[in-house]
Design a binder for this molecule. Sequence first.
Ligand code: DGJ
Length: 730
Amino acid sequence: MSVVFDKINNIFLLETDKSTYQMRINEIGILEHLYYGAKVYKSDMSYLIIDCDRGFSGNPYELKDHRGISMDTRPNEYSVAGIGDYRVNALSVVNVDGSRSIDLRYKKHCIIEGKYRLKGLPYVRENGSKVQTLVITLEDRLLGIEVELYYGVFEDKDIITRSVVISNKNSGTVKLQKIASACLDFSYGQYDIIHFYGRHCMERMVERIPVTNNIQVVASGRGMSSHHHNPFVILCDKSANEDTGAAYGVMLMYSGNHRTEIEMDQTGGVRIVTGINNEKFEWNLGVNEKFYAPETILSFSEDGLNGLSQNYHRILRENVCDPKYQKIKRPILINNWEATYFDFDKTKLLTLAKEAKQLGIEMLVLDDGWFGKRNDDNRGLGDWVVNEEKLGGTLSNLVDEINKIGLKFGLWIEPEMVNEDSDLYRKHPEWALREPEREPIVSRNQLVLDMSREDVVEYLFECLDKVIKSANIEYIKWDFNRSVSNVFSNYHNLEKQGEISHRFVLGTYELMDRLLKANPKIMIEGCAGGGGRYDAGILFYSTQIWCSDDTDAIERIKIQKGTSYGYPVSTMGSHVSASPNHQTMRTTPLHTRGVVAMSGTFGYELDIAKLSNAEKEEIKSQIADFHKYYWLIQNGKYYRLTDEHTEAYYTAWEFVDESQKEVLLNLVVTHVQANGKYPFVKLKGLNPDSMYVEESSGKKYTGIALMKGGYSFGIIQGDYPAMQLHFVVE
Ligand code: DGJ
């Protein structure tokens, strides 16, 4: 049993293989958080709460004679606004009478076998896991508001999911001004925060900073999870490193505006609150209506950051992404974007396909420019009608010819956008998000469609479904190329304008869901100008995400490494592109580009017809290698081996299969040195007693030697050289 209620002490015990989570119902029915961390079995952790009469920290009325007991200093499981907890709150409402306090007390709970789901939102799937659900219902009796706290306990995955459902049983509309998905209080400890910031072409850079005596915020208000701040935050012990130490992950499963706040309070406690960004958010909860807050995926590991990452890799691969891709091999693709940009026709595409086939590539993806009058990025978005003149016939003719060559076919779309210069906008200017009297912000010369409107979602479904069904399309690249602004819907009334950003995300999820259900054969690759919508929510629908528009192998090492803290390599769209690279003009060896792109969902994105015969032969052997290592890379344990602060001139990473019989060691020298130090790594996760044979040299090493003594690569020279070594147990 992973969820137990101790009736005598009113304690909820949630246990996974290596973690314990505890809450208690206190003397006046308030749900308090007791503990989350390393397994303490059934120990009652309520001794950790110490009361003390602190000035300016008031007391609940029933306890006014116990001046040490305050909502302001005790750890609360779901902290609410207005009743004396002055730290960052999870819930804030405006009641029918205009009052702004809410007082939630325990009402009931239930424990259910299996995993709950959330209406209209992505969720962590049960998919055969050992999982129990706990639902604790809290209520404000005066207001008639009920809050259900959901906990999904994945015992053998060290994952606890959380979500919140609020119901209005009052006689009038209640306004939700903030409804977080989780609040987590840590009474003691010195922590660091690790968060993932960035920009277009440089997503998910890692920053580690101390928790300080203020409120730190990681948030996006761009209408998307964003290149700039990812909805994943790690809180770890100051001493935690890649391999040891306590680390907690807080990952919001949401693709829109998000906000995670971290506050250190007057007692030294730390609170994290995560959920939909409450800035500019307001939801009118009508009588008998419910609001579902997105899910949060929590994990704890005592095995440092690698351990924490591996917990997330597993849950995302097995329970968030469509589980069928754990067993189906995804095709190695060639995307025509960096090969042709908008300048393509049928002949060019067929030439690319024929060349690709000869090298062993399995799918051609036709990127932007196949529809409407879209010959550059200033027009055409919204007109999802095939440009038959450009394609030299119907889409179906083209796809048939590509299939005959022996390649599958994939297609690019960008559903949520519209250009002013499009038939759609000329017909339906009111379908774009914009205030009626104000010129909107344009970005890449495009506007954003109002996905909160049912007619917009319906239009997109109808025309995209028609295109997908018109030909043998097996893959969709779903792009999103600007931040959202001028969030105003011409369809909804004034009171609802604070709901639009969230309704927009729900509209996108609905469209993805409907298209997948109507076309079960397609696989979606998410994209938002590269990795601008890289989150667990989008992964529920799209098994892989184009990791970045920066395809430079050396930059990609940093981007993919940063991404790996939360997300598995099986989700990282990664391609070999031309050299010099189009974003940086850097020249790198084809081998290095292959090694880096292989740590992802492998593909190519360059004009292969222009390559020399030697380069083509090299690509053939890269593809053979990728097939050989496919399952090891996609499903194996991934370890970061180096730290750029200590080994600033090379980066190494490794995959180890579940049975510890096979290892793929990768290393790239990013700053070559004259007469320099030897690149050296200690391998991780091996069986100490096994004898590993390194395939290219035939040399043998024990697992313990490779882990404790390490492996030295000797002097490596040249421009950005890479090594890829395969070890197998003899
Ligand atoms: C941005 C994407 O990230 C690129 O790969 C490409 O699809 C372009 N959009 C097309 O407009």
